[in-house]
Write a protein that binds this ligand. Structure first.
Ligand code: SF4
Length: 393
């Protein structure tokens, strides 16, 4: 059964949805409706964050209006990284804070370090603070770890000292490989404040993922979901996509909004981080966040069915399986590059990431066959690696 807490009347939601198609209506809608994105506690930090956050993996310097719109609607959790947009994302946030210094206190600011050693982290944190024209980072992440061993014991003291200095408030990591192990490892460590990880309608039903999320909840770790659209490395089957779209448009959501709602259905997830590089996507996501109507059982089942039917399109990040079969070749990273290309429509990011991993992506016929045999989702790994080379190399 569909439920709603009626925090926003349905007709108002529809008005906002209408605005989603017309960016120029958004300021008026913000003034008249003036709702703010709902908030949830972020683990045991004592901080509440909006359930929708702005991912900064796009041209922030030239899209300052997006930041203003986010503030208007309460999308006040902003996520970036030292390396996003070739280093241009952080200065984009800095430009905004320089012009709007009073807004800094309203924003929960997250950035990430690609460094894995203490001197490197110190250097990058200093640079991030300078670039973003701020004295502190709310949540500082190690970027994209694939093993909990990347969080070394000496980091605990480093984090404690940076917290004492007031340079960071909270610490954690982001991950899209071996996520379940990383989450459970963080829960065991006991001093990780927050994690950003891939989580969507495909991954949320896996037993291992449920256990990992439960462990983090018990440890008081705040959880931010990313890659919530579950886009894969394979070109989507247009028939299946059309069928899913038809299923949801009948009930008033786009499939993209439905996929967000599937994640928000789990109260253990504090926030969804979404790349929203234009007002069309921003408005549609805001509309979904403001409308408290939940997906009914049939809608959740439709998403699960779609996930099952398209499982071989999606890499679940179990890189130990194909990696072990193919002598450590970064196959899951190659799949992620294709995903950036196909689903984020971001060839620049896809090519930059692919250039980084390409030298290690040497796969002979035997390795290809072994990796494909090891893949639980039956991805056509050999063909996809060739495709990645052709499109991104
Ligand atoms: S085994 Fe398959 S699903 Fe898992 S990381 Fe490798 S390619 Fe992706």
């Amino acid at each position: 059964m569909r439920t709603s807490d009626h925090s926003m009347p349905r007709r108002d939601f529809l008005k906002v949805v209408a605005a989603a198609g017309f960016g120029s209506l958004l300021p008026a809608a913000a003034e008249t409706l003036a709702p703010k994105i709902p908030k949830r506690p972020f683990g045991k930090t004592g901080v509440e964050v909006p359930i929708l956050s702005l991912g900064g993996m796009f041209d922030i310097p030239n899209n300052q209006l997006i930041l203003r719109r986010c503030l208007d609607w309460g999308v006040t959790y902003w996520d970036t990284a030292d390396c996003y947009e070739g280093g241009r994302s952080e200065p984009g946030f800095g430009r905004f804070f320089e012009k709007n210094p009073a807004s800094r206190k309203d924003v929960f600011l997250v950035t990430k370090s690609c460094a894995r050693d203490i001197p490197g982290m110190t250097q990058l944190l200093t640079r991030s603070l300078e670039r973003m024209k701020t004295d502190y980072i709310d949540l500082y992440f190690l970027h994209g770890i694939g093993s909990i061993d990347d969080v070394t014991p000496d980091m605990k003291a480093w984090v404690s000292n940076r917290k004492k200095e007031g340079k960071i408030r909270f610490f954690g990591f982001s991950t899209h490989r071996h996520m379940e192990d990383c989450l459970e490892g963080a829960a065991r460590l006991g001093w990780i404040d927050g994690i950003m990880f891939s989580y969507n309608f495909r991954l949320m039903h896996k037993d291992g993922m449920k256990r990992a999320v439960d462990a983090c909840e018990q440890a008081g770790i705040g959880l931010t979901a990313m890659k919530t659209q579950g886009g894969g490395s394979v070109k989507a089957d247009s028939e299946k996509e059309r069928a899913l779209a038809g299923r949801f448009l009948e009930t008033g959501f786009t499939p993209e909004q439905a996929k967000l709602k599937a994640v928000w259905a789990n109260p253990q997830i504090a926030c969804i981080c979404s790349q929203m590089p234009n007002t069309r996507i921003l408005n549609a996501n805001i509309a979904a966040a403001l409308d408290r109507t939940t997906l009914d059982t049939a809608e959740m089942e439709a998403l699960e069915r779609y996930a099952r039917d398209t499982a071989s399109d999606y890499c679940t990040g179990c890189a130990n399986l194909c990696g072990a079969a193919a002598r450590g070749a970064p196959i899951s990273d190659a799949m992620r590059c294709l995903m950036y290309y196909r689903h984020y429509s971001d060839p620049v990011l896809a090519r930059a990431e692919f250039a980084r991993i390409a030298p290690a992506l040497q796969l002979g016929a035997a390795s290809r066959a072994a990796a494909e045999a090891a893949c639980p989702n039956h991805l056509p790994i050999g063909a996809l690696v060739d495709e990645a080379r052709r499109l991104l190399g």
